[in-house]
Design a protein around this ligand. Structure first.
Ligand code: GBH
Length: 465
């Protein structure tokens, strides 16, 4: 059986504000937790910062023309909270909002659908200083911010996402500390996860109140495609525990209105969860019009024999999961050292197809970093990325054939950009960025993807496009 991408399938690419915009101090923007973190010695490779990044704030029109030339149907970007509401409270900064108004206008003028993410990790520093995500107040502030952006862009943006990957915000930010704000406190991380869930629910309510009825609301998760190293009961139990901490801690309240009992039991030594107040899970279970899934690589776990929580290191982003060991599956790896395994994408899409029948799915991020370099003619050939994308889109097609309601795919990323703790050392773009000149050079994967978007058919991937 051959299945093809549906004619109305949304073909897109994704970015995030702090990773591409630069202009960190312009038009009233204040520091976010990432500006602070980048200035904390030893936290970001090479001491890199997002001060300039891909300079997208100044190159907006050029970048939209590039998207149009590639034939993007949709563009997923995030709004920088400290750019549009500098202290995280109170009135909007008009010039910051004007940037996003102009971006949306440019996209629409080129026939590209804007997909807005409200929060892709750049919390205003003032809100972190006041307690950050472990504080309930931050969720209330997020709802105000959602209201303000909804008012500004609601007449022209149809598809909205509250949060990107709240797992990273909570557990890389507050447990392992490899992301901003760099705290290492398991209890705080669990509180953060709850308040991110609450922010999602309150933010969805706030958006609904100001958006036209046709607007659609979503959230983007990075659910773990988690497998047991062996089928032993102990390894299967490790799989269950990581699945709870990675995925069900969010999908429990968001889709089913309750935290999973096994999660509460597994973390009981760290917290009694009394920060969850009556009514919270009802708010979090706000009706969704789509679920965004980000997928890069699978997670393989076993019950540890040596008691190491994560390979080679601590602190761990998995509160309470001592006794779980993480394994590198064999086979190809990307420049991030992540395994290339497209079946994980198929598995996740089928999981949500069964778990949330009737809920449309979007692949809001998928892609890979490779060591891309221009050749003597200045061209950038990235056949490994084409192979990666081909294999994952093939897995998506298999999920469609198996009944998954997948409405779109967003390649991470449009441009090479600031890869968080890795600084500019990792390149995920289909468009190469020469940071010295800010020149944009579409890689061969961009031509390959353009052909796919144009034809709706997977082109062969062995030939350079
Ligand atoms: C996404 O994060 C982000 O949304 C995007 O901003 C980023 O640039 C892109 O992917 C590429 O990294 O080793 O135990 O921490 C993906 C973050 C990376 C989180 C892999 C989970 C593995 C688990 N994910 N990570 S662990």
């Amino acid at each position: 059986m051959t299945v093809n991408f549906p004619p109305d399938f949304l073909w897109g690419a994704a970015t995030a504000a702090y990773q591409i915009e630069g202009a960190a101090l312009e038009d009233g923007r204040t520091p976010s937790i990432w500006d602070t973190f980048c200035r904390t010695p030893g936290k970001v490779l090479g001491g890199h910062t997002g001060d300039t990044a891909a300079d997208h704030y100044h190159r907006r029109q050029e970048d939209v023309r590039l998207m149009a030339a590639l034939g993007l149907g949709a563009y997923r970007f995030s709004v920088s909270w400290p750019r549009v509401q500098p202290t995280g409270r109170g009135p909007a900064a008009r010039r910051g909002l004007d940037f996003y108004r102009a971006l949306v206008d440019d996209l629409l003028a080129h026939g590209i659908r804007p997909v807005v993410t409200l929060y892709h990790w750049d919390l205003p520093q003032e809100l972190e200083t006041a307690g950050g995500w472990p504080a309930r107040e931050t969720a209330l502030r997020f709802a105000d911010y959602a209201h303000l952006v909804g008012l500004a862009l609601g007449d022209r943006v149809e598809l909205w996402t509250t949060l990107n990957e709240p797992w990273c915000s909570a557990f890389l930010g507050y447990a392992s500390g490899v992301h901003a704000p760099g705290r290492t406190d398991d209890e705080a991380a669990l509180r953060a996860a709850h308040h991110l869930n609450l922010a999602h629910g309150l933010g969805a309510q706030a958006l609904r109140a100001v958006l036209p009825p046709a607007a659609r609301l979503s959230v983007t998760l990075n659910p773990a495609a988690v497998r047991a190293h062996t089928p032993s009961p102990a390894d299967l139990d490790a799989q269950r525990r990581i699945d709870a901490l990675a995925t069900r801690i969010f999908t429990g309240p968001m889709l089913h209105g309750a935290y999973p009992d096994d999660l509460l039991a597994d973390t009981a030594v760290l917290t009694d969860w009394s920060f969850v107040r009556d009514g919270d899970t009802g708010v979090i279970k706000h009706p969704l019009d789509a679920l965004g899934v980000n997928y890069y690589a699978p997670t393989v776990v076993s019950a540890a024999t040596d008691g190491r929580p994560v390979p080679g290191g601590e602190p761990s982003p998995w509160p309470g999961a001592t006794g779980v060991t993480f394994h590198q599956p064999p086979g190809k790896r990307t420049a991030m050292d992540w395994a290339v395994d497209p079946t994980g994408l198929h598995d996740l899409l089928m999981r949500f197809t069964h778990e949330a029948p009737g809920l449309p799915l979007l692949v809001t991020e998928n892609g890979a970093a490779y060591d891309d370099k221009p050749d003597a003619d200045g061209a950038v050939h990235d056949p490994e990325r084409i192979a990666y994308l081909h294999a994952h889109l093939d897995a998506l097609l298999r999920a469609l054939a198996d009944g998954a309601d997948v409405r779109g795919y967003f390649l991470w990323s449009l441009l090479d950009n600031f890869e968080w703790a890795y600084g500019y050392s990792k390149r995920f773009g289909m468009v190469y960025v020469d940071y010295a000149t800010q020149a944009r050079v579409p890689k061969s994967s961009a031509r390959w993807y353009a052909q796919l978007m144009r034809t709706g058919q997977l082109p062969p991937y062995r030939r350079e496009g």
